[in-house]
Design a protein around this ligand. Structure first.
Ligand code: IPE
Ligand code: IPE
Ligand code: MG
Length: 226
């Protein structure tokens, strides 16, 4: 079982529109699905999950949709805290979280602090995250630290979550065959699995299908078949 998996949670809007609901209803259903998927990942022995919740480009969306998404952050944190404590789930974030509204930032910091010693599972939420932004932020930090020369290992330390191993598999729901600026550095050798299922409908059955597919992959990392 891969130690770290990542998911591009796409298709919330289409899921809602399909039922004649506003897009924001899809985001709410999508947020609810995160906890279900965490439970399923834990059950299958995965140690950490990174989910793409909001990209640096998603700020371009209508202000009402952005506000609705931002409002889901404190709701998610306070609604899930008890379960995270009970199940040993540690919350982390990656991205330019300083761009988030104060209410979201405060509750995130609080939840991260409260859950920091939980060691069964890490839920890493990508918020105001962009793969290019991550690389630029890393380089700026290095310049500030006066670093003159780097290698791949030292560069990694400057990423948002340099201590988490690269995701073995990136699952994208909603059918699009692209990374949309997700984990550009970390995805170098990730297996990419795309399903047409919309994120709010993504279930244990879908995840097991993805794992079965992953098992059939021959991960050569540039070498030759063993
Ligand atoms: C993914 O669902 C959630 C975010 C990007 C915030 P979308 O909102 O992109 O849903 P679709 O792709 O329009 O269906
Ligand atoms: C990717 O979905 C970002 C998230 C799931 C948070 P988008 O819906 O923003 O991506 P594009 O626009 O289809 O590439
Ligand atoms: Mg989308």
């Amino acid at each position: 079982m891969p130690e770290h998996i990542a998911m591009i949670m796409d298709g919330n809007g289409r899921w809602a529109q399909r039922q004649g609901l506003p897009r924001t209803a899809g985001h709410r259903a999508g947020a609810e699905n995160i906890s279900r998927v965490v439970d399923i990942c834990m059950k299958h022995g995965v140690k950490s999950l990174t989910v793409y919740a909001f990209s640096t480009e998603n700020w371009k969306r209508p202000v009402d949709e952005v506000s609705a998404l931002m409002a889901l952050i404190p709701e998610f944190c306070s609604g899930r805290l008890q379960d995270m404590m009970k199940n040993g789930v540690r919350l982390r974030t990656i991205g330019r979280t300083s761009d988030l509204p104060l209410a979201a930032r405060t509750v995130l910091l609080n939840t991260i602090e409260k859950t920091k010693n939980n060691d069964k599972f890490t839920l890493n939420i990508a918020l105001s995250y962009g793969g290019r932004a991550e690389i630029v932020d890393a380089v700026n930090k290095m310049l500030k630290d006066g670093i003159k020369e780097i290698n791949e290992e030292t560069f990694r330390d400057y990423l948002y979550a340099g201590d988490i191993p690269d995701p073995a598999i990136i699952i994208r729901t909603g059918g699009e065959m692209r990374l949309s600026n997700f984990l550009m550095w970390e995805s170098a050798y990730s297996e990419i699995y795309v399903t047409d299922t919309w994120w709010p409908d993504f279930s244990e059955e879908d995840l097991v299908k993805a794992f079965k597919w992953f098992e059939t992959r021959d991960r050569r990392f540039g070498g030759i078949k063993a």
